[in-house]
Design a protein around this ligand. Sequence first.
Ligand SMILES: C[S@@+](CC[C@H](N)C(=O)[O-])C[C@H]1O[C@@H](n2cnc3c(N)ncnc32)[C@H](O)[C@@H]1O
Length: 321
Amino acid sequence: MESTSLELSQFAEDVIGGLSSTPKHLSSRYFYDDEGSRLFMEIMKLPEYYLTRAEMKIFTEQKDAICEAFSEGAGAVDLIELGAGDGTKTAVLIEHLLSKGVDFTYHPIDISQEANDALSSRFHEKFPALRIEPHTGDYFQVLGSLCNNNGRRKVVMFLGSNIGNFLRESAVAFFRDLRKVLSEDDRLFIGFDMQKDPRTIVAAYDDAQGVTSAFNLNLLRRINRELGGDFDLDKFSHYAQYRPMECAARSFLISREKQTVTIKAINRSFDFYQWEPIFMEISQKYTHAMIDELSRDGGFEIAREFFNEKDFYIDSLWRPI
Ligand SMILES: C[S@@+](CC[C@H](N)C(=O)[O-])C[C@H]1O[C@@H](n2cnc3c(N)ncnc32)[C@H](O)[C@@H]1O
């Protein structure tokens, strides 16, 4: 996917802001160019990346209860998925909703055109009866256009513990914004990765095959390609840590040596000292109390929770209050 000029200027601005800050940071929002989306799909298949399998297990084992909760008391449903990716897990729910004869339309929203195209063609083939309306763009730009009062219940899904990539204040702001465009009969269905053995968590963000490393480094490649940067990827290495007191995993790219990187499109150079980190992404983990507090602060209440036997991962269904 090539960026539009508006997106590109926002990208350039965010790169300037991030690399001029102390400590340096880059926004994980920009991970998902076509190569980033492809690498993320590889990450989901890694033995260390337990999140996808945990959520898949919940959907497979509890699809009946989940689909019932989505549709009970509603005439027709708009199933809206934020950052749908390859939709593998959602396919389980879609198949079940179709088999139960629920009247629904699926609206996958993704910033990656490639991810959306791949998902649409796969779902058209797999579910010929499915009404699917893919939207390419940023969650909120697209969500605004969907939030008409058309009398259909909106079930907004945000899976894969994507919410964990938001700092707490941003997560609350995100839920409040969502609350504004939802009405009382609508629902929000969110995947939360729970606090667990720190070793299990850190391995998920530092896999043995180095796919997560390639995923992070790909953002430097994107800056080189789209903004004329001269990052030498061999001079940076991926590092992941988990801090149990904060329930947060963080990933960094570490400058292996003292160096200067120039980005032509913005006519700027950035100095790095040896071992200087660029903060790339947070992956917040949760306790029940944290989820409870987030829902209230965001303007929702928990209607129902679906979790696996170990309380390893939770899909939480929220109702606006
Ligand atoms: C971590 S993947 C999760 C995919 C899927 N939801 C899952 O649970 O497996 C994040 C997806 O969100 C998309 N994405 C990231 N930021 C986005 C944004 N601001 N607006 C729309 N989509 C976004 C990416 O392209 C990617 O497909």
